[in-house]
Write a protein that binds this ligand. Structure first.
Ligand code: MSP
Length: 645
């Protein structure tokens, strides 16, 4: 069977973060699960690069939208392998092939009369990149971006979405799992109780040029959502490539609740107009908050994937995200819960079961899988639990209930740990007459571990590969053919290998992250003692409180002069925002004339000190490389006195 799974294509106005990583881990996990259950899978992700937001972000960075998009898109592409996320195709909306496909689709929909030109006045939210209805507003604001939308009146092209409303309602009603979980299906159906408005699908080039030109009117570019949704077709080579025929009928999209409406309403009606069947299923998850607070750049609590991987490792991160969130509901990330889970579930439960079992095989059976004798009732209970685990794991994976799929595995891990205690193989090993019993107990444990490992492949690919290698398993995982009891082959060499997961030290206090706290720098175990593993050194680190004592501000240099008898020092007059004098040791690197007008970063709360007779009120930050010295700067214009956090 074929299977096609996609993530949203992410806007390139922000760097990858935990939220993007979560959706992508879901899609990756499902694609791995589908592969080991005999499917041919295509997994697509990518970046959404046109529109107001990107043009604006590029402008702020002083580069062209394309340069900006290239840079951030590359970050997304390079981040995914660090989380073992392995898409088959990474699409960009600036790809020539995509642009051609969008234009040919526009022509087709236009030719058949589903696109018309009209005047429109509406409430436009730039954050959502769409017009909102008055009903959607909360206290006059967009509920997601907490800002009032702008009233925009202009002539534009419209897609006759309303024509397909009845068809869409009927499709959702007759296909109960078209949108899941059910709460989102209900949300869409309730929205569809009101008459659907047509969708404005263009922006005049007088307002926005960063988009795909309409093939039938070059004074307009395509609305970003019309452009973006089509990526799911372009990536398959629509309309005439074989991948399209193979994968479109089995397409499933994973998104978060923020983009439900474009996916559940715009997209199926666009497809209907094109004469294509809708996607098969839409999977909608909730939002990750950080320490209970919405993740946001302005709050400064954005958690980046690279730091998670550095602090916890790829597999612990994947495990945590899949285990902690109930698919469909919001969840909160915190270092404290993360550390607790890593220690309890991974290091204790799984890690101990694994290392104890293999150590006993090494010690009592010379590192080779023993023979199994007849199973006792207790052995059989564990064997039954392990085989039932596969069925229940699979059912939950099919239903996108990742936390329950993992619970099913951990129930067996817990049973197996108890089995070790009640059977005490170390006692059996003392009596040669009990040798057959010892061997059966150890075989039962190894076989249970084999089945656990099989389930872990899609969740924690690296750990599952290490476990397989220790267990002497050389065949690639296949959940269909390898899930019967008895697959472990006696006499196979096994080895203990290094511990699967290190124990992490808890932080002394788990403070919520706040402005300026790099969410990612609070490495576990760094504060109060040496960590057990991958040990980042604690030397030289400062606490957030220590850092907070340093007040950094943007300052504009308004005057600069040499200080008599000093080759090194310049006397700078800066605005920060009050005027002050700072003496800086930069005379060998900068001439006074070239400084006024520059904006630099200063330490604003240093005690005044006299240098060559001039009192200095602060310090200018600069970077040194050998003999070179380069002043600090800010990436875009910002008022003098702005705090640097
Ligand atoms: N470009 C559009 C999508 C077009 S798809 C045809 C877009 N991009 S986005 O960069 O804003 O990504 C939104 C998606 O990122 C969400 O739907 C979700 O997959 C992920 N997340 C962003 N923040 C998130 C959380 N805080 N929590 C969970 N996922 C979130 O919308």
């Amino acid at each position: 069977m074929s299977y096609y799974i996609t993530t949203p294509i992410f806007y390139v106005n922000a760097q990858p973060h935990l939220g993007h990583a979560y959706t992508s881990i879901i899609a990756d996990t499902i694609s791995r699960y589908k592969r080991i259950t005999g499917n041919t899978v295509r997994f697509q992700t990518g970046t959404d690069e046109h529109g107001d937001k990107i043009a604006e972000a590029a402008g702020q960075s002083g580069v062209s939208p394309k340069e900006y998009a290239d840079r951030i898109s590359a970050m997304f592409r390079e981040t995914w392998p660090t989380l073992d996320i392995a898409p088959d195709h990474f699409i960009r909306t600036t790809d020539q092939e995509h642009i051609r496909t969008v234009q040919s689709i526009l022509t087709k929909v236009h030719d058949q009369g589903d696109i018309y030109f009209s005047e429109y006045t509406g409430l436009y939210c730039k954050g959502c990149e769409r017009f909102l209805t008055a009903k959607e507003l909360v206290d006059g604001n967009c509920p997601d971006h907490l800002k009032p939308p702008a009233e925009i009146a202009e002539q534009n092209y419209f897609f006759r979405m309303s024509r397909y409303q009845d068809w869409l309602i009927d499709h959702i009603k007759t296909n109960p799992d078209f949108i899941q979980p059910e709460r989102y299906r209900n949300e869409v159906l309730s929205f569809l109780k009101e008459p659907l408005e047509d969708l404005c699908i263009s922006r005049p080039t007088s307002r926005l040029t960063w988009g795909i030109p309409l093939p039938f009117d070059d004074k307009f570019v395509t609305y970003v959502w019309f452009d973006a949704l089509i990526n799911y077709l372009t990536g398959l080579g629509y309309p005439d490539q074989p991948d399209f025929d193979e994968y479109w009928p089995v397409a499933e999209h994973v998104i978060a609740k923020d983009i439900l409406k474009p996916h559940a309403i715009y997209w199926p009606t666009m497809l209907k107009s094109l004469g294509l069947p809708p996607f098969r299923r839409l999977h909608v998850h909730g939002y990750w908050n950080i320490d209970g607070i919405k993740m946001s750049k302005s709050i400064g609590n954005v958690v980046g994937p690279a730091q998670l991987v550095e602090q916890y490792g790829v597999d612990a991160t994947r495990y945590f995200l899949l285990r902690e969130m109930t698919f469909g509901l919001d969840s909160s990330f915190s270092d404290e819960v993360m550390i607790t889970r890593q220690n309890a579930d991974l290091s204790n439960d799984l890690g101990n079961l694994f290392s104890r079992s293999l150590t006993m095989v090494a010690n009592f059976c010379e590192g080779r899988v023993p023979q199994t004798g007849p199973l006792t009732e207790e052995d059989q209970a564990l064997a039954d639990a392990a085989t039932t685990m596969i069925t229940s794991f699979s059912a939950h994976m099919e239903a996108f209930e990742f936390n329950r799929a993992l619970q099913a595995i951990w129930q067996v891990i817990s049973l197996a740990n108890k089995y070790i205690v009640t059977n005490a193989p170390w006692e059996l090993a003392k009596d040669p007459a009990l040798r057959p019993r010892l061997e059966t107990v150890l075989y039962t444990l190894l076989e249970t571990l084999r089945l656990i490992t099989l389930c872990l492949h899609p969740i924690m690919p690296g750990t599952a590969a290490r476990m397989s290698s220790s267990l002497g398993i050389i065949t690639p995982p296949d959940l269909l053919s390898q899930s019967n009891w008895g697959g472990t082959i006696p006499a196979t060499a096994v080895n203990t290998g290094p511990a699967l997961f290190p124990r992490l030290k808890k932080q002394a206090t788990a403070e919520p992250r706040q402005e300026g706290t790099p969410a990612t720098k609070k490495a576990p175990g760094k504060k109060d003692s040496k960590p057990t593993s991958p040990p980042p050194s604690s030397e030289g680190l400062i606490t957030f409180d220590q850092f907070r004592q340093t007040e950094l501000r943007v300052a504009e240099i308004i005057g600069a002069e040499r200080i008599a008898k000093s080759d090194r020092l310049l006397k700078l007059t800066v605005k920060a925002p009050e005027e002050r004098i700072i003496v800086a040791g930069i005379a060998e690197h900068y001439a006074p004339e070239e400084l006024p007008g520059r904006k630099v970063i200063i330490v604003a709360n240093l005690k005044p000190t006299k240098l060559m007779g001039v009192e200095s009120h602060g310090m200018v930050l600069a970077a040194k490389e050998g003999d070179r010295l380069v002043l600090s700067a800010v990436a875009a214009d910002i008022a003098p006195g702005s705090r640097v956090a």
